[in-house]
Design a protein around this ligand. Structure first.
Ligand code: 4NP
Length: 155
């Protein structure tokens, strides 16, 4: 079982989008039983168990990506031990994750787009209002992450 935790700041826009996009991709590839997936955020506010942002819901609906209810939660130190991959949306998230879980001694923390031919941050639609760009970046990130696992013979 490969355990993956997608992480952003608020856990209502990008990381739940990545969670359900990745879920659909692995289901389409017949790999769903090989993964355990969740998402979390770094903001204190995440523990208020907020709903997925309507912009993310609308984006997922328009692209026919199935999703369930998800309530925001803040990443905890024990998540570092439990998950194999902690995939952040942007560099700023990584700083916050490290401040919560401590040093990345097992090299588990990466940006989702680090395996892309153009490694980069995924912009925050909470501020930009642009859920489309985040969606296509997340598609690229999820696909290139899966390709990375294949190249490492982990699938
Ligand atoms: P996310 O976006 O990190 O992609 O979920 C945000 C959602 C909420 C806030 C910031 C970013 N916030 O400050 O409440």
């Amino acid at each position: 079982m490969i355990k993956v935790l997608f992480v952003c700041l608020g856990n209502i826009c990008r990381s739940p989008m990545a969670q359900f996009v990745f879920k659909q991709i692995i289901e389409d590839c017949g790999l769903a039983n090989r993964f355990e997936i969740d998402s979390a955020g770094t903001n204190y506010d995440c523990d208020a168990h907020n709903f997925i942002h309507h912009g993310t819901r609308e984006m997922l609906k328009s692209m026919h990506v199935p999703f369930e209810e998800h309530y925001s939660r803040r990443i905890q130190p024990k998540d570092y031990d439990y998950y194999d991959y902690i995939l952040a949306m942007e560099e700023y998230n990584i700083e916050d994750i490290l401040s919560i879980v401590g040093p990345d001694t097992k090299n588990k923390i990466h940006r989702l787009l680090d395996w892309s031919s153009n490694p980069r941050d995924i912009g925050d639609p909470w501020y930009t209002g642009n859920f489309d760009d985040s969606y296509w970046d997340i598609i690229e990130g999820c696909q290139t992450f899966l390709e990375h696992l294949e190249k490492q013979n982990l699938l």
